[in-house]
Design a protein. Structure first.
Length: 131
């Protein structure tokens, strides 16, 4: 996916943890919002792209976990989201160019441990660039 070129400093297991944050947890943090209706007894969520789920039928995007990654598909606008994409929208960032920042913010918000080696690289860059 899109993070392969931008994830050199983010450990793979951290990316997996972010992608495995449950829809309930994302909703509790106001990243996604429950739609008015459920499908097969499961909550649906408002599409962040087209607002599907706020209209007359009240059904939105339905989450589906596949291999530890939550995916959401909107049948109205045909957009597919994973947690990185949803978090990018939530933080008003671009999923590709701001990938590392999205991961850093998600780690802070969802209490995911991000190794100090990622943070120390950023500190070293700051120290090197200072007079």
């Amino acid at each position: 996916m899109y993070e392969n070129n931008f994830s050199a400093s983010i450990p793979e297991h951290v990316i997996r943890e972010i992608k495995d944050i449950s829809p309930d947890t994302l909703a509790a943090h106001h990243v996604i919002y429950e739609a008015r209706k459920t499908v097969a007894g499961k909550p649906t969520y408002v599409c962040p792209n087209c607002d599907n789920g706020t209209g007359r039928d009240g059904t939105g995007i339905l989450p589906n976990s596949k291999n530890g990654v939550w995916l959401y598909h909107c049948f109205r606008c045909d957009e597919t989201f994973d947690n990185i994409h949803l978090l990018a929208l939530h933080y008003n960032l671009h999923p590709r160019s701001d990938f590392q920042e999205i991961c850093r913010l998600a780690c802070n918000e969802f209490n995911i441990y991000l190794e100090s080696n990622y943070q120390s690289k950023k500190v070293k860059k700051l120290v090197v660039s200072s007079p």
